[in-house]
Design a protein around this ligand. Structure first.
Ligand SMILES: [Zn+2]
Ligand SMILES: [Zn+2]
Length: 306
């Protein structure tokens, strides 16, 4: 039991039971995952207010940006450069999304690009929708970090710390929302909110929405949509997913040119994460943005709409 609990808080503990080839589900990990979903039902206890819905959406938006712009486009693909401070800030915000730390996330994602939809792909829908959506990261063998892909990120002690104690960040974030809700409830009673309400809406509901929309890129974005470019995988461009993921739905574009900071390649291909990165670039917070390789795109194009 002691080991069971310690494992939740310190990922290095899991190295003790390295079951690299096990397809087994890691039950010690699945319990908090299920609990986060069940906690959303407490909405019937805490109720709803405009403030709670606003905090839920804002919490979704900020953390989705941290995942798409930083965990994905920066940590995984190095599509722009930034300072160590900004890197650290977005590593922490991304960790509150409860999708593990940036090193683990980037390692699995880099592996995905090398093996997309082949037999080694960790989360291909060829192995079933639910496997690609969420089963893959609940398996013991995928709990460990594929270190060989992320030597560049492992150099940073603060990123190693976030990866090792990743559960700490959602706990601190949820606690902060609880305290904020309590403060607003006490000092601004007309807002009709409470500690429990901001905890449930701001953390639990927001996190469940954010998680499943992110998982859809691994599942639905390899199943539904249209293809503009010839790639060796089944990646698709999908407008609906692009809206909810702030631009990640242009997944066929992305698999064709993974190093590009932009994923929407035409004016109508909404890419909110890129628009924010563009603004951050103007403010000097990020730089050396890598743009689409037009020669490559022209060569790979399979339809006339790009
Ligand atoms: Zn993909
Ligand atoms: Zn990618």
């Amino acid at each position: 039991m002691k080991f069971f609990l310690k494992k939740w808080f310190d990922n290095s503990q899991s190295q003790v039971e390295l079951l690299a080839d096990s397809d087994d589900i890691d039950w010690a990990r699945i319990i908090p995952f299920i609990a986060i979903h069940l906690a959303c039902l407490l909405v019937f206890v805490v109720g709803v207010s405009w403030v709670a819905v606003f905090v839920c959406l804002l919490s979704y938006f900020i953390r989705m940006f941290a995942i798409t712009a930083f965990y994905h486009r920066y940590f995984s693909h190095k599509s722009f450069k930034t300072s160590r401070l900004v890197q650290g800030v977005f590593a922490v915000i991304g960790a509150t999304a409860t999708q593990r730390g940036p090193i683990w996330w980037a390692a699995h994602h880099r592996h995905h690009h090398i093996h997309a939809d082949d037999e080694q792909d960790t989360h291909s829908p060829k192995d079933g929708f639910w496997h690609s959506h969420l089963k893959w990261f609940l398996m013991k063998k995928n709990f460990t970090t594929k270190s060989e892909y992320v030597k560049d990120l492992e150099k940073f002690s603060e990123l190693r710390f976030i990866d090792r104690f990743d559960i700490l960040f959602p706990i601190l974030y949820a606690t902060g929302l609880f305290i904020l809700g309590g403060y607003l409830g006490k000092h601004y009673p007309h807002l009709n909110t409470s500690a429990g309400q901001l905890l449930i809406w701001g953390y639990f509901i927001s996190t469940v929405l954010l998680s499943h929309v992110t998982y859809c890129i691994n599942s639905l974005a390899h199943i539904f949509g249209f293809r503009t470019y010839e790639t060796k995988d089944n990646s698709k461009n999908n407008f609906v997913l692009a809206i909810f993921t702030l631009g990640e739905g242009w997944h066929n574009n992305h698999h064709c040119n993974p190093g590009s900071v932009k994923q929407g390649f035409t004016w109508w291909q909404l890419d909110v994460s890129y628009y924010i990165l563009w603004l951050m670039n103007k403010l000097g917070l990020v730089w050396d943005m890598k743009y689409p390789n037009h020669a490559l795109l022209e060569k790979k194009q399979i339809s006339g709409d790009a």
